[in-house]
Design a protein around this ligand. Structure first.
Ligand SMILES: C[S@@+](CC[C@H](N)C(=O)[O-])C[C@H]1O[C@@H](n2cnc3c(N)ncnc32)[C@H](O)[C@@H]1O
Length: 252
């Protein structure tokens, strides 16, 4: 049996009761934190569950998955994943491989950045394709044209674009909204006069939301990660009313 368990958006306290109970009856527990910034403590999570947790690297889940699947044939194995485990991760491959190997999989969902963005007042059903803004070195300094194209397509259809920001988890390097905005400006899919949203540390006590022209947002220090940028499409008046609450103000 393989359980894939969401950790939610913030600390170890975000684990659901279902996730906690499942971990407590598991033979082995693993965690991956490379798909998102997860500010919780593995030690505190171990204390909460009462069992040891082994950290997985991308290699373990993408190239060496068979090792975990072999264990799951005879043991109850749990893998903890930041946010909701199948949202903006590559973990669907685990489900496919588990099915091919006749292993039962259970997904324990949790909160996700995809639903947390509703705190900005933007209507979820008006979001188009999501993009991830990559660090320039990841694309060998080539502009990620397909990403810009998606933003343009969303705009044409009056849809909002959720822009996730790249991370190098091992190096503890997280793209700031300022870097992300500069990359978008270079592509000319936005202009300095456009109003966009920056949503920081969703789910935490220090969450903050900003709505302003890009030229003003570029001057802001957004504090510690994680963050997303949202490029609004056509705003419904209720969305506009809500967003205006965040104009040049930091809501704690
Ligand atoms: C690849 S996605 C993984 C999403 C995760 N599985 C989930 O369901 O929330 C990771 C990106 O989402 C954004 N993100 C994740 N958690 C966030 C949070 N609490 N507040 C703001 N942005 C967040 C960051 O841009 C981060 O690089």
């Amino acid at each position: 049996m393989l359980n894939i368990i969401g950790l939610g958006l913030w600390s170890e306290k975000g684990l659901t009761i279902e996730g906690l109970l499942t971990c407590q009856k598991s033979d082995e527990i693993y965690i991956e934190t490379y798909t998102s910034f997860w500010p919780g403590s593995i030690k505190k999570l171990e204390d909460l569950i009462g069992k040891k947790i082994k950290k997985l690297e991308r290699f373990d889940l993408e190239d060496n998955l068979i090792e975990i699947l072999e264990k799951a044939k005879s043991k109850e194995i749990s893998i903890l994943v930041p946010g909701d485990p199948l949202v903006a991760t590559t973990h669907a491959n685990i489900l496919v491989e588990a099915k091919r190997n006749g292993i039962k999989v259970r997904i324990i969902h949790n909160s996700s950045i995809y639903s947390a963005v509703c705190e900005t007042g933007l209507h979820l059903y008006k979001f188009g394709a999501t993009v991830t803004i990559p660090f320039p070195e990841r694309t060998k300094n080539q502009k990620p044209e397909s990403l810009f194209q998606k933003i343009i397509e969303n705009k044409k259809r009056d849809l909002h674009t959720l822009c996730l920001l790249d991370i190098y988890e091992k190096e503890k390097k997280y793209m700031s909204p300022n870097e992300g905005l500069e990359i978008l400006l270079e592509s000319r899919c936005v202009s300095k006069e456009d109003e966009v949203v920056v949503f920081c540390r969703g789910g935490s006590k220090t969450k903050s939301i900003f709505f302003d022209k890009i030229k003003n947002l570029l001057k802001i220090d957004f504090g510690s990660p994680p963050y997303v940028i949202i490029i609004p499409g056509k705003l419904h008046f209720t969305e506009k009313e809500f967003l205006d609450l965040f104009k040049s103000t930091r809501i704690k």
